[in-house]
Design a protein around this ligand. Structure first.
Ligand code: COA
Length: 284
């Protein structure tokens, strides 16, 4: 998995992966992995925006300043490549490595529950930056909302599932290209116009750890002229229904806490906040 989701990336640079090794025992005490965020067009890396994609110190070696030293060395590497700032944790859709194997749908930050990140990064001279909320729906236990509007929409709309997404950026392909993906569209019966669309990403690599089949949902989109008709909620519910039929038990999406529209939408489709992914920034 590491080979596929880190070392095989086209921008993989061995100098960005820094290990701490105990001289006496030879054991690996920790690692830090530094990379870069994409440019605005998502067509290449933006070397002025450094990221720390992974950081871990083995429990036997904690509280000996190894974490701090790893961060310092990651900064040194990033600066040498042109970075003006570092975002530890990367941020929503900003991490070059570990998509599909850390953080759920997207390694949008460091899991708040995994470590004392705020205290640690404060000590390293970082400020708290964005966080991403992990929204989840348990498809086995939760029930769909029922109301007349949703029933009416179901009569007028049909779900069309298309194969792999096509008009995606280079950044999409390097991160999600190794994973299963499908595009879902809600079409108006008769006119066949698309009133809502979204994408799912398979998260099968978490099965051994989580014990359930899970899928990530992203890029829910409703054209401007079709908004406020309940199409996004209808699409989300329809996706959930189809996934449940395919034995998927858990669906997940990542949303910024300030994105109230997205939060309300997912809440209306019975998603709940399941965790937080944190990031921290430092100007170099
Ligand atoms: C966060 C982590 C990297 C810290 O590594 P570390 O080598 O123990 O950190 P340091 O010894 O350099 O600590 C530096 C400072 O951070 C703060 N800190 C670190 N761990 C802390 C804790 N558990 N509680 C409170 N503060 C803490 C302290 O201010 C500490 O300074 P001090 O020891 O002088 O008080 C380590 O706890 C870890 O690997 N946790 C799990 C990470 C993980 O899940 N990674 C997956 C995402 S890639």
């Amino acid at each position: 998995m590491l080979e596929l989701f880190a070392c095989a990336q086209p921008y993989w640079d061995p100098n960005g992966l820094i290990l701490a090794q105990d001289e006496e025992s030879g054991r690996i005490a920790g690692f830090v992995h530094a990379g870069f965020a994409p440019n605005l067009e998502q067509s290449a890396l933006e070397y002025s925006n450094g990221t720390i994609c992974g950081l871990m110190v083995h429990p036997d070696f904690r509280r000996r300043s190894i974490g701090q030293e790893l961060v310092r060395r990651a900064e040194e590497y990033l600066r040498s490549k042109g970075a003006k700032s570092v975002v530890a944790g990367g941020g929503l859709e900003q991490n070059a490595f570990y998509t599909g194997i850390y953080g759920g749908l997207d390694p949008s930050g460091f899991c708040a529950s995994a470590a004392a990140w705020p205290q640690f990064f404060q000590k390293c001279g970082y400020d708290a930056c964005d966080e991403a909320l992990i929204l989840r729906r348990d498809l086995i236990r939760s029930r769909d909302p029922v109301n007349a509007k949703l029933l009416r929409l179901r009569r007028h709309l049909k779900l069309v599932i298309t194969d792999r997404p096509t008009n995606e950026s280079w950044w999409w392909f390097v991160r999600y290209g190794q994973l299963d993906s499908l595009r879902f569209e809600l079409h108006e019966k008769g006119t066949e116009s698309v009133v809502a669309s979204g994408q799912i990403i398979g998260m099968d690599l978490y099965i051994p750890k989580w014990g359930v089949r899970s899928v990530g949902i992203r890029e829910i989109f409703v054209p401007e002229s079709q908004r406020r008709h309940g199409y996004a909620q209808a699409l989300l519910l329809e996706i959930c229904r189809r996934l449940k039929e395919e034995s998927v038990e858990l669906v997940e999406s990542h949303v910024l806490p300030g994105d109230q529209r997205a939060l309300d939408l997912f809440k209306s489709a019975r998603f709940e906040v399941a965790g937080r992914l944190l990031t921290f920034r430092r100007w170099l």
